[in-house]
Write a protein that binds this ligand. Structure first.
Ligand SMILES: Nc1nc2c(ncn2[C@@H]2O[C@H](COP(=O)(O)OP(=O)(O)OP(=O)(O)O)[C@@H](O)[C@H]2O)c(=O)[nH]1
Ligand SMILES: [Mg+2]
Ligand SMILES: [Zn+2]
Ligand SMILES: [Zn+2]
Length: 477
């Protein structure tokens, strides 16, 4: 174990030395008293004092003492030293047992509850962050039950620090082991991170911000969940929502690294909180040669959410003009995305293959939500939106919402020459769910936006990723 800025616990260090010293001193004293007898005897012999009666008595006395000391005292010393050793070992055994038990309990709690923190700065994930001593600022790189202390350890500055989540380790300042960024939640949380994929202007930022707004409302009004936005300057949530509340659009995302929108979202009275990270990014990263390889956030994802701007599908764009009578100016109001969806999917898969050393046959176990956004476009509602789903459910009693939505969206993509995309998704992802939504509800017209169905894809991904979250009741509504 890496050296910690703390004192080694008595039972793991000094205790052995004390035991050794006590035994050494006992035998040293015995040796001294034997030597003393020997000295007296030697003197009597040298000076031939044993020839007179008093000298003979003294000689007898020291001789008897020497013999008794060598036998009885040695036996007593050995006996009591043995007792000392046994008692000390027993106490140490108990302490080690307690230590192992606590260490195991702490480890099991972390594994079982899937406790993991994520750093919004360097994108790494880890079970145990570094902790900072509130007394002196020293960094404890492995604050768990160890030779430095079982329930608590004493920092070199004298401050006692808790070493498990049972007794408050999470109240200390937690620090990212990779980049030293200060983390929220003290490391006692289940992070669920979801990168949001989509080309430039596909609607990621509108979607992420509106979805968070919707999730906050659902938490309060419907789900009875605790929701709290984590303010750490890694997102533009408040700015974007303020703008969008007034019918204005959020700015284009210029960041080419994943931007973490984070919030706590947990059933009320949960001991361990869920921390959800939705990761937005400038859509240009999904183009060629943009250094995505360094962004480990994709590798650590619990699920992926891909937004599809229907306008990025050329045949559908043509349909809007021929069937819905839209002209270029009307289409431009939706700020169409140009990047082909199969290119974006190909980019993600290549990235994961590189990061995980995966072959092209291996499957990706993380769930994938594919979300058609800009659902307020003409034709969407009747082809893949709420109306289409309802019609299909009315016609097919075997289908449920999810299967109906999948069927409709796959059919839509096939009809629009996107078979490659569907095949790639099917051959690489274990669990895929399609959704349709509208983050804004309408194009900019000065009125407040009216999002539709934005929370569901994220709730679905969270539901699948978290052992403690189950939205069965919500889905059955
Ligand atoms: N009508 C309508 N327009 C939308 C909707 N969502 C997004 N848009 C339009 O699409 C544009 C781009 O949306 P953004 O969310 O900024 O797109 P982005 O994917 O974040 O783009 P980058 O930041 O460039 O990667 C917006 O400015 C809106 O004009 C929607 O639900 N309805
Ligand atoms: Mg954006
Ligand atoms: Zn970090
Ligand atoms: Zn300290």
């Amino acid at each position: 174990m890496e050296k910690q800025p703390a004192k080694i616990n008595y039972f793991f260090g000094k205790c052995y030395r004390d035991l050794g010293n006590t035994i050494k001193n006992t035998f040293r004293n015995l040796g001294r008293s034997l030597a003393n007898c020997g000295r007296h005897l030697g003197k009597i012999i040298r000076e031939k004092k044993f020839l007179n009666p008093i000298g003979a008595i003294k000689f007898g006395y020291w001789l008897a003492l020497l013999i008794l000391s060598s036998i009885i005292s040695t036996v007593i010393c050995i006996f009591f030293s043995a007792i000392h050793v046994v008692v000390t070992l027993l106490i140490m055994g108990l302490i080690y047992l307690g230590f192992s038990f606590l260490w195991l309990l702490d480890t099991i709690l972390c594994r079982f509850r899937k406790i993991v923190s994520s750093c919004p700065q360097c994108q790494y994930k880890f079970a145990l962050p570094y902790y900072q001593c509130p007394g002196c600022g020293a960094i404890h790189t492995k604050l768990n039950p160890s030779k430095y202390g079982i329930l608590k350890r004493q920092c070199n500055c004298g401050r006692k620090l808790p070493t498990t989540f049972f007794n408050g380790r999470q109240k200390l300042t937690a620090i990212c082991p990779k980049c030293n960024n200060v983390l929220s939640g003290g490391g006692f949380l289940v992070n669920i991170s979801i990168p949001v994929l989509g080309g430039p202007s596909s609607g990621k930022t509108c979607y992420v911000n509106m979805a968070i707004r919707e999730i906050e409302q659902l938490a309060k009004n419907e789900l009875d969940y605790d929701y709290e936005h984590i303010e750490q300057g890694t997102d533009y949530l408040n700015d974007n929502l303020r703008e969008m509340a007034q019918g204005r659009l959020p700015q284009k995302t210029s960041e080419m690294r994943l931007m973490y929108y984070e919030f706590y979202f947990s059933p009320k009275k949960s001991k361990v909180r869920n921390q959800i990270s939705l990761c937005d990014v400038g859509g240009e990263v999904y183009g060629v040669g943009t250094g995505m390889d360094e962004q480990v956030g994709y590798n650590y994802a619990n699920g992926f959410l891909m937004v599809i701007d229907p306008l990025s599908i050329p045949t559908f764009r043509d349909q809007l003009m021929t069937e819905a009578g839209m002209d270029e100016a009307a289409i431009a109001e939706f700020h169409p995305s140009e990047m082909p969806i199969s290119e974006i999917m190909g980019m993600l898969i290549k990235l994961l293959e590189n990061m995980r050393n995966m072959s092209s046959k291996q499957r990706i176990t993380q769930k994938l939500a594919i979300v058609f956004v800009k659902g307020d476009l003409p034709l969407i509602d009747e082809k893949i939106g709420e109306t289409a789903v309802k019609d299909l459910l009315a016609a097919d009693t075997q289908a449920n919402r999810f299967s109906a939505q999948n069927k409709l969206c796959e059919q839509f993509l096939l009809e629009n020459d996107q078979a490659d995309f569907i095949n790639t998704v099917k051959s690489r992802f274990d669990n895929v769910q399609y959704f349709t939504c509208s983050a804004l509800g309408h194009v900019v017209d000065g009125s407040a936006f009216t999002p539709e169905g934005v929370a569901d894809p994220i709730l679905w991904l969270i539901d699948k990723a978290s052992p403690t979250i189950n939205f069965k009741k919500y889905w059955s509504k």
